[in-house]
Design a protein around this ligand. Structure first.
Ligand SMILES: [Ca+2]
Length: 386
C-alpha cells in the first residue's frame, strides 16, 4: 500500500444553488468583539492565549445556501497555500501534508522532511509554491516551522514529488526565527523569476528593524537558493523589513508588488495593512502603525483602522484589484487601489486563509479547522467562485 491515502472522491463539482435563502448566516459577525488573533499582545510580546472567541457561537453552518461558488474539495486539515499545475490543484496543510486535487480525486500526500514540522500556534507547514519548471522537475518550495534546541524556527526547503508523496531535496535557509505566533510563511515567485518569502517577527519586537535578522522581513532569493546580486542589501536575503507578520504577497500586471500584513492586537489593535513593497523599504513595525509617520519608513496604502480582519493570502486580478483572504474578518475582500475602496466578495464561510486566481477563476480556502474557527461538517473547503 502506498503512503498516499484517498481521502475523498467528491461528487465532482457540487453546484450550489443560487435560489436558497440567505437566512442562515454561517457565522455570527464577531467584528469588534472577542479578539481572535493571528496576533501577539502588543505590550509584552508574549503569545496571546487562544480565546476560542469565534467558536461556540452556536450558529449552524449548513453551507447549502446560495453562495455563488462551487466546492472543489472538503475535509481539508488547516489548509494554508494553494498552488496550480494546469488543472491540478495542490494545497499545503499545516500539520505537514499536501493535498492533491486531480480530476475530482482528492489525495493526501505525505511530506518527508529532514526536520519534523512543528505544527503549533501559527506555525507549521505553511508556504508552498511549485517550481516554474514543475512539469519537468516535479519540484516545489516550502516553508515550515520546526523545533531545535527548544526553539521554534522556520526553514525554506526544496521538495520533489515522488509516486508516494513528497521528499525534501535540500534546505535553502534555516534558523529563521519562529514562535508560537508570527511565523509569516507566504511564498511566491515574482515576475523576475525569483522566490519571495514572508517571515514574521516571531513575537520579538526588536527583530523587524534589525536587518541582520531574518525575522519580520520579506526575503528574496534565486530559484536555486542564492542571494540575488541585485538585492537591496549586500549579501542579504532581506528585500524589505519592518514587517510584523505578512502572510500575503502578489504582483499586478505592471510588476508592482503588494503585501498584506497583520497589525497589532491589544490597544490600539487593528491596523491591518496593505503595502506596496519596494526593495529596501522599511515598513515601520514596531515604530509606527496606521498613518503614523517615521523617518525612512513607508506607510501602508490601506489600513483597517481599529478593526482587525487578520489578512492572509492575497491575489491581484486582471484589473489590478487586490483580493484579500481574511481570517478574523471572515470575508474575501477586494481592494481597488484606484478609488481606494474595499468591498466584500464572499462572506459567511468562516475564516479564509489563501486566495488565488487561476485561468480567470477565484479559488479560496477556508480555515475553520485551525483551532480558532468554528468548523462545519465539510470544513475546511476549497471554493471556486462563480
Ligand atoms: Ca507597517
Amino acid at each position: 500500500m502506498s503512503g498516499t491515502m484517498k481521502i475523498n472522491i467528491l461528487s465532482l463539482i457540487l453546484i450550489i444553488s443560487m435560489v436558497a435563502s440567505v437566512a442562515c448566516s454561517k457565522q455570527n459577525d464577531t467584528s469588534g468583539v472577542n479578539a481572535d488573533v493571528e496576533a501577539e499582545t502588543q505590550t509584552d510580546g508574549k503569545a496571546e492565549a487562544d480565546t476560542g472567541a469565534e467558536s461556540g457561537d452556536g450558529t449552524e453552518q449548513t453551507g447549502s445556501e446560495s453562495r455563488g461558488y462551487t466546492v472543489l474539495a472538503e475535509k481539508l486539515l488547516i489548509p494554508w497555500a494553494i498552488a496550480f499545475d494546469g488543472d491540478t490543484v495542490y494545497i499545503s496543510e499545516r500539520a505537514g501534508s499536501i493535498v492533491k486535487i486531480e480530476e475530482g480525486a482528492v489525495t493526501r500526500q505525505p511530506v518527508r522532511l529532514k526536520k519534523n514540522t512543528k505544527n503549533e500556534g501559527e506555525g507549521g507547514f505553511l508556504g508552498f509554491v511549485l517550481a516554474p519548471d514543475f512539469a519537468k522537475t516535479r519540484q516545489a518550495y516550502a516553508y515550515h516551522s520546526y523545533e531545535e534546541s527548544a526553539s521554534i524556527l522556520n526553514r525554506i526547503v526544496l521538495l520533489e514529488e515522488k509516486d508516494d508523496g513528497w521528499e525534501e531535496v535540500k534546505a535553502y535557509i534555516e534558523n529563521i526565527p519562529g514562535s508560537y505566533i508570527h511565523d509569516g510563511g507566504r511564498m511566491a515567485i515574482g515576475p523576475d523569476n525569483h522566490l519571495y518569502i514572508t517571515t514574521g517577527d516571531a513575537g520579538i519586537r526588536e527583530l523587524p528593524q534589525d536587518r541582520n535578522s531574518l525575522a519580520g522581513k520579506i526575503l528574496r532569493m534565486t530559484l536555486d537558493g542564492k542571494i540575488p546580486a541585485d538585492n537591496p542589501f549586500p549579501n542579504s536575503y532581506v528585500y524589505s523589513y519592518g514587517h510584523r507578520n505578512s502572510q500575503g504577497i502578489d504582483w499586478n500586471d505592471e510588476g508592482i508588488m503588494y503585501s498584506s500584513e497583520h497589525g497589532p492586537s491589544g490597544t490600539p489593535g487593528g491596523h491591518d495593512e496593505l503595502n506596496v513593497i519596494e526593495p529596501g523599504g522599511n515598513y515601520g513595525w514596531p515604530n509606527i502603525i496606521g498613518d503614523e509617520q517615521g523617518e525612512g519608513m513607508t506607510t501602508p496604502i490601506y489600513h483597517t483602522g481599529d478593526e482587525a480582519i487578520a489578512p492572509s493570502g492575497i491575489a491581484i486580478d486582471s484589473e489590478n484589484r487586490i483580493l484579500v483572504a481574511a481570517l478574523r474578518g471572515q470575508k474575501l475582500f477586494r481592494y481597488d487601489p484606484k478609488d481606494k475602496t474595499m468591498e466584500a466578495l464572499l462572506e459567511h464561510e468562516g475564516r479564509l486563509r489563501d486566495v488565488k486566481i487561476h485561468n480567470g477563476k477565484i479559488y479560496v480556502i477556508t480555515n475553520n479547522t485551525d483551532g480558532r474557527g468554528n468548523p462545519s461538517e465539510g470544513d475546511d473547503r476549497l471554493l471556486v467562485l462563480k
